[in-house]
Design a protein around this ligand. Structure first.
Ligand code: PLP
Length: 276
């Protein structure tokens, strides 16, 4: 597979990141994952704007303009000859002798271009199980930072219980999944945590909430408790890679009928139309 590091396209295997790269030593950077459907990057501009906002939030200069990033991503896709792909974009505070305070060096940019790992249609048709776990992350979850240790630990704890995702609970309220946004449906209304510092404002989340509103489905961006989730008619999660995916079980509790309900099925179908 193809990669990019600081101006050069190279095979992934040949890349050696210097030891003193700050992404590597401190997780001092931000990232994005963009999905490419049949040669067309989906919501690429939105992802790059979020990258810019994440960079700003950690006082990191963007190494390229959004337009230049778009060109580099298109070039990578052409070079890799990929039509259905996932592009990973990471920027960090650069390469400098290890010291916590900011170095006076240019930022680093890394990218990888890989075939997309899509879920099977069967997964979408049956839905998935999630585990509830304590949200042990920091208070700036709106930044798409490289520091993913709490997310990784939660995802693995969920996987150990045979679950697809960890749904996180902070002060009794559902925030989001370890790498997804979380929703409950009650009496035809879609509930999801407001886009504040406690969650990552998903690009898929924004698209799906718009699709819901256009379909006449009421949306309330309100935090809800784990009890509310367990008693919901339907539940689902969204992300760039998981699209719109029904949650049919939360630990040992069956949600609704235990199969993807009408609201999630409608939202996924309309989301797929948006993809084209
Ligand atoms: N929440 C977290 C913590 C994430 O890491 C992600 C994506 O990786 C999402 C939500 C979903 O965001 P998006 O729809 O932009 O992929």
């Amino acid at each position: 597979t193809l990669a990019f590091f600081n101006g050069e396209f190279l095979p992934t295997d040949s890349l050696v990141i210097p030891i003193d790269e700050r992404g590597h030593q401190f997780g001092d950077g931000v990232y994005e994952v963009i999905k490419i459907y049949d040669g067309t990057p989906f919501l690429m501009r939105e992802h790059l704007v979020r990258l810019e906002n994440s960079a700003k939030a950690i006082r990191l200069e963007m190494p390229y303009s959004i337009e230049r990033f778009e060109e580099l991503i298109q070039e990578g896709l052409t070079r890799a000859q990929l039509r259905d792909a996932q592009v990973y974009v990471q920027i960090t505070r650069g390469i400098a002798t290890r010291l916590h305070s900011f170095p006076d060096v240019p930022p680093s940019t890394s990218m990888t271009f890989r075939p997309s790992k899509s879920l099977t249609e069967e997964t979408f048709n049956t839905g998935i199980k999630v585990a509830l776990l304590e949200d042990e992350r920091w208070y700036n979850c709106y930044i798409k930072s490289l520091n993913l240790l709490p997310n990784i630990l939660a995802k693995q704890a969920a996987a150990d219980r045979g679950c697809f995702e960890a749904v996180l609970v902070r002060d009794g309220y559902i925030t989001e999944g370890s790498s997804t946004n979380t929703y409950a449906v009650k009496d035809g209304v879609v509930y999801t945590h407001p886009a504040n510092k406690r969650i990552l404002n998903g690009i898929t989340r924004a698209a799906v909430l718009q699709v819901a509103q256009e379909s006449g489905i009421e949306v309330r961006e309100e935090a809800f408790t784990s009890e509310f989730l367990l008693a919901a008619d339907e539940a689902f999660l969204t992300s760039t890679t998981a699209e719109v995916l029904a949650i049919t079980h939360v630990d040992d509790t069956v949600i609704g009928t235990g199969t993807p309900g009408p609201v999630v099925r409608q939202l996924h179908a309309k989301f797929r139309k948006l993809i084209g």
